[in-house]
Design a protein around this ligand. Sequence first.
Ligand code: G3I
Length: 385
Amino acid sequence: MKKLRIIMVGALAAGALYVVGPSTATAAPAPRALPAAQPKTGPGWHSPTPTTDLPLRVLARRHGLGVGTAINVTALANDTAYRERAAREFSAVTAENVMKWESLEPTRGQYNWGPADELVAFAQRNGQKIHGHTLLWHNQLPAWLTEGVADGSIDSAELRRIVKNHITTVVKRYRGKVRSWDVVNEAFTDDANPVLRDTIFRQHLGPDYIADALRWAHAADPTAKLFLNDYAIDGINPKSTAYYELAKELRKRRVPLHGIGFQGHLDLQYPLPIDAPQNLARFDRLGLETAFTEVDVRYFLPTDTYKEAGQVGSFNTLLSACLLTPKCVMFTVWGFTDKYSWVPEWFEGQGAATPFDENLQPKPAYRGLQQVLAVASDPNRRRGF
Ligand code: G3I
């Protein structure tokens, strides 16, 4: 309880908590003068102290927690400030795009390892672990593959060989370098009764393609932790329950599934998944690792202090859920700066979804993450990150 209380104090760092008791006064009290506007003493109106103003990776270390970011490899090559921040703040990295199939094998049989290798080298230079993203996803597939399946020149038997070969080739190349893989990404539908998404993999390899993919990846690197990863499963809902049932079944069959990735793409216009701790706990009880893998919190621009406060609370709700879960190994943001975030391109009018602004300066969301990591008690150092 003590731990929960302290973490929740951090989660509420966005604003004040007022407790109003029953009124015993007979006459209305004279209205008090409004307090003077708070001085803007620092970024986010919050002056960090020396014990909290430390890089996230340093603050997360005593919890045994990896703190990661998606990396835009073009920015990594061209933007010094971006490179320095990425190295300073994070102990884990995920390729935003360059480990996806269309990027790795744009032409059949010809692998384009360069960008992914650059990211791996960067991570190794900076003592960062790598979360591999992603082996099988219905988006960002190479045209030769989707067109071949569509026109029938690649039949089901051949697709099975191609998929097995892809997983084996990629996982072997990064064996011992990539800590964990999103083996299948976004496998379920979003409706009230989620079912396996109708992808080319589901259609041609059958519903057990997930188990097959996990086994192939495990054979290629028995030390890598193998994850399923999806969005809109942060709280308890039909989709996260579908994952829970699948995970339970795969574990029972001794299929090598080691973790579930909760993407954590939040949007201030929708309810916050405040039951994330209970949701992660049920996967934890199955013996699985858990991780927030793609956290960002978008909203409609322009920014105001209400939205900033909502964003602080949203980031901190997910971070707190992770800290409360013994085997939650990693908290990763989907880009750390608004300068390169995917959000404005995909959601018209929305943005500002990351912890650093376009000039790579810390926002209140960043200060909130620092606060929670700094004040949360009872660190669980045995997460295994
Ligand atoms: O590769 C082309 C390039 O050839 C072309 O010149 C350029 C021109 O715009 O576009 C490039 O493609 C872009 C691609 O990323 C690779 O950089 C697309 O336009 C762009 O829309 C695409 O977006 C990515 C998106 O996945 C694709 O689905 C985002 O950057 C990336 O953040 C996003 O990441 C996903 C995760 O993988 C899974 N979970 C959801 C998350 C957000 O959608």
